[in-house]
Design a binder for this molecule. Structure first.
Ligand code: ADP
Ligand code: ASP
Ligand code: MG
Length: 403
């Protein structure tokens, strides 16, 4: 049977009227006689509130209980949607991931779905039912609940589309598509009609909150095209798919920025082989993700400075680990939590020279200082002071003719 996966994000199910609206959207698909699989996030704000509670109880809340707690928001939203559909006369019921189950592996709070038991859902769809499945969660080999990282309902949706071989997967959210940059912070942002997996993956990884990066990676690996649409208005959304040919003649497709980055500099470390590994190994063992790294050229071949970025929430832990690290010696540890990474993304830069220069020139003309630079084939990222973010995005948006 032809099936479609419909995912609803937190704002889309954020209050009773919005749940009624979501039920209406679901019914519109159901009337077309196709199998509908619904996956829902928690109502907006709920997951954040649960996280706040754990912080009030412990600064090291048990990871397994953390996931049990965080997954509870989705249960409420799913029951409300299924209840509304039943009220409207449709056959519907909710399923939590552990009831199917949806199997996952990997760490708590960052698990990945490895398999979905389809039996019950397939049976239910075949008798005309509308299953409402909790996003963001799975069960692990110890039969404990896991969660898939913030925004993880996107990953549940893409994986359901994969396992059910669905004809369509639609991510309903509070914006009507993927924009050239966050439309809430830059009013001149433009909607993108079609974007490649690679560009979407870079945008998501570099701060465009609209899709969870892992979900885009799963879509790319399994070649699952999906679209992003608004649940509030009937408008054409954005299609995310493979790119056999360029979708537009724009060199740059999107611009992103990050929040909550911190820059760390270790001044006066020995300039000899193995030092970088000695610094980063204990960070990696403590699940601290190091992003941009620069090592200054050593002036005397004896000492150098190492600068890198991490998430602000990891700053305290990083400082402790570095200061307790007996394998390295250094003169000073400094940090700056008011930094953000701004990135320009586009497959067009592979074939167009001069993009780096144009980016740097546009920032220089606004007197924005660049602290760290990193590049890949289809993106250039720079670290700047957080207070310049808005100005930087506006300048780059204009420079690359995205306004
Ligand atoms: P949901 O709760 O539906 O999963 P999210 O809050 O996770 O929604 O993602 C939608 C938000 O992503 C939008 O409200 C928007 O502010 C933000 N966003 C950031 N960058 C972009 C972008 N390039 N295009 C569209 N939205 C973006
Ligand atoms: N409710 C979870 C979160 O807020 C998952 C999601 O919204 O996709 O991160
Ligand atoms: Mg989201």
């Amino acid at each position: 049977m032809k099936t479609v996966v419909l995912k609803f994000g937190g704002t889309s199910v954020g209050n009773i009227d919005r749940i009624k609206n979501v039920a209406k959207i679901i019914c519109s698909y159901k009337r077309k006689n196709i199998g509908v699989i619904v996956v829902s996030s928690a109502m907006s704000g709920v997951t954040n509130n649960l996280i706040k509670k754990t912080k009030e109880l412990s600064d090291n809340f048990d990871p397994a209980e953390y996931d049990v707690l965080l997954s509870s928001g989705e249960q409420v939203a799913c029951a409300l949607i299924a209840g509304r559909l039943k009220h409207l006369g449709y056959k519907s019921r909710s399923w939590m991931s552990w009831q199917l189950p949806i199997f996952s592996n990997g760490p708590y709070s960052g698990a990945r779905i490895i398999k979905i038991n389809k039996k019950e859902i397939s049976k239910f769809i075949n008798i005309g039912g509308i299953p409402i499945i909790s996003g963001f969660q799975g069960v692990n080999e110890d039969n404990r609940i896991t969660t898939l990282g913030r925004g993880g309902t996107d990953a549940t949706a893409i994986t359901l589309a994969k396992f059910f071989n669905s004809n369509e997967c639609i991510i309903y959210t509070d914006v009507d598509g993927v924009y050239t940059t966050d439309p809430r912070s830059h009013l001149k942002a433009k909607k993108i009609n079609k974007i490649s997996y690679d560009e979407m993956l870079e945008m998501a990884s570099l701060g465009a909150k609209v899709m969870q990066p892992t979900s885009v990676q799963d879509a790319k690996l399994n070649n699952i095209s999906f679209s992003v649409k608004s649940s509030f208005m009937k408008k054409k959304g954005t299609l995310i798919t493979s790119n056999k040919k360029a979708f537009s003649n724009q060199i740059i497709t999107g611009i992103t920025s990050t929040k909550n980055d911190a820059k760390v500099t270790i001044v006066g470390v020995k300039d000899k082989p193995g030092v970088a590994a000695s610094i980063f190994k204990p960070l990696s063992l403590n699940q601290i993700n190091v992003d941009m790294v620069v090592q200054n050229i050593s002036l005397n071949s004896k000492e150098t400075d190492m600068t890198f970025t991490i998430k602000s929430e990891d700053l305290k832990k990083t400082e402790k680990i570095i200061k307790q690290n007996k394998k390295i010696s250094f003169r000073k540890f400094t940090h700056d939590s008011n930094v953000s990474k701004v990135s320009i993304i586009g497959v067009g830069m592979i074939t167009t020279p001069g993009i780096t220069y144009r980016m740097f020139q546009a920032l220089a003309s606004k007197k924005i200082n660049i602290m760290v630079i990193s590049t890949s084939e289809i993106k250039i990222s720079v670290l700047i002071s957080s207070k310049h973010i808005k100005k930087a995005i506006a300048a780059l948006h204009k420079e690359f003719k995205l306004d």
